[in-house]
Design a protein around this ligand. Structure first.
Ligand SMILES: *Cc1c(COP(=O)(O)O)cnc(C)c1O
Length: 455
């Protein structure tokens, strides 16, 4: 085998040939990019052998650490059988077993699994299923073709997912391509648009949502929401009881509830799925990021028997769900996902996570004393720390000074990888992170924020 090119050579080729996601490539050249060659547990290791704590779980996907022996064994074992065969007209053992397992652990009432490759496609599928369901199951209900979603929502980067998203910086230039939707204010307690305080507000922000559902339900196919925490919006948590009320309202007005658990699923919030905290079963649920423990792209859209039945008929009724991907039901991904769920059992991942969630809460408290910190938000093992210029007025740092990125750059030099969202520093460690590693992450984060002086 040819010798691996030097780090210098790799960096040159990266600059010459690549285009990185969500990256201003003109600035990419200013600092040498880190080239990650291997990983172990909570650590990433670059081509020079330098170790970094993975504070983003490799952008929210990794659960049990890198190079986990059970996951490594599962993919090698499957590779010795077959890497891929199509799911169009054929099936395969890992995909079948995984569907059974997902239905076993999913909120009660979800009974069917439709596979795809990533979070965005899982969302697209939910949207398309919802629209086609109404046409076929309740043709007299009229054209229920549009969706309600929260402002600041993020559901992926494909056109349908962007249509139900609302992050102006990412989405505004694509407006001409997007289908129209209905937007509602999110329950953003730190910057409450109603200037109220929870719980005395009694979730008054739900009133306008009920109003929308009441007046628009005839053309609303579904309400799509990230349960418990709007993650990419900058870690905006929903108060306790909010999701349950949304479930009730959707049922009352015959609008399907679509939960996007791409970020919150697989233990992130402390339970297997965020919906469980509120005893909620959605009509459709999108899963991806943690599904394979962060090893390979795989996604699943789960739904109920009621929706599934709407697609049944003879061939020439053409009620088929006309959607599929080249890699639907990929056996390598499904074998990994099965092994991932197995680890949850054998390593008691969720039980062992609980004290670490409490530890994280304790470790985050002192941040409130830093003059640069406005708000600390946490749901399970995901946290956001919002930087502000002024704690009293909540005046944000202008985006142009890149406060979040400056802190992340310092953290990197101290051995912690972070990916901020604007002025919100996000800490999403692998669920397997040890107490010691968690303390180290928070220590580096504190030191890095303290260096932030802007004049
Ligand atoms: C990441 C994410 C997506 C998109 O998933 P991709 O795999 O990046 O396409 C959708 N919804 C939520 C909540 C996400 O966090």
């Amino acid at each position: 085998m040819a010798r691996q090119p030097s780090t210098r050579q790799l960096i040159d080729w990266d600059r010459r040939y690549l285009w990185h996601p969500f990256t201003q490539m003109q600035e990419w050249g200013q600092e040498d990019p880190l080239i990650i060659e291997r990983g172990k547990g909570s650590y990433l290791i670059d081509t020079e052998g330098k170790k970094y704590l993975d504070g983003t779980s490799s952008i929210w996907v990794n659960l049990h650490g890198h190079r986990h022996p059970i996951l490594n064994r599962a993919i090698k074992k499957q590779l010795d059988k077959i890497a891929h065969s199509t799911f169009l007209g054929l099936s395969n053992p890992p995909a079948i077993e995984l569907a059974r397992e997902l239905i076993r652990i999913a909120p009660n009432g979800l009974t069917r699994v439709f596979y795809s490759d990533n979070g965005s496609t899982a969302v697209e599928i939910a949207l398309k299923m919802a629209v086609q369901y109404w046409q076929q199951r309740h043709p007299k209900a009229g054209p229920k073709n549009t969706f309600l979603h929260l402002k600041l929502a993020y559901h992926g980067d494909t056109i349908g997912a962007v249509s139900v998203g609302n992050i102006a910086l990412f989405h505004s230039r694509f407006t001409p391509l997007l289908f129209p939707t209905v937007e509602a204010e999110p329950p953003h307690c730190y910057r409450c648009p109603l200037k109220l305080t929870y719980p005395s507000c009694r979730m008054a922000c739900l009133d306008p949502i009920e109003h929308i559902l009441k007046s628009r339900h005839r053309d609303l196919a579904g309400f799509i929401i990230e349960p418990l925490m709007q993650a990419a919006a900058g870690m905006i948590p929903q108060p306790a009881g909010y999701l349950k009320r949304i479930r009730e309202l959707c049922a009352k007005y015959h609008v399907l509830l679509i939960t996007d658990e791409v970020a919150t699923g697989f233990g992130r919030t402390g339970k297997m799925f965020a919906c469980e905290h509120e005893g909620v079963t959605p009509d459709l649920m999108a899963l991806s990021k943690g599904l394979t423990g962060g090893y390979m792209p795989l996604a699943a859209t789960l739904t109920t028997d009621e929706i599934y039945q709407g697609f049944l008929g003879t061939y020439d009724e053409f009620k088929t769900f006309f959607h599929g991907h080249s890699f639907t039901g990929n056996p390598l991904g499904c074998a990994l996902a099965l092994a991932n769920l197995d680890i949850f059992k054998t390593e008691k991942t969720l039980a062992r996570l609980q004290p670490k969630i409490k530890l994280l809460t304790r470790l985050l408290q002192p941040f409130q004393q830093l003059s640069q910190v406005g708000d600390i938000r946490q749901s399970g093992f995901m946290a956001g720390i919002e930087l502000v210029q002024d704690q009293i007025t909540k005046e944000p740092y202008p985006l142009s000074i890149k406060a979040g990125h400056r802190v992340a750059a310092i953290a990197r030099s101290k051995g912690l990888i972070l990916r901020p969202i604007g002025n919100v520093l996000v800490l999403i460690p692998p669920l397997s992170t040890t107490a010691e590693e968690l303390k180290k992450m928070v220590e580096i984060l504190t030191e890095s924020i303290e260096t932030l002086h802007i004049d």
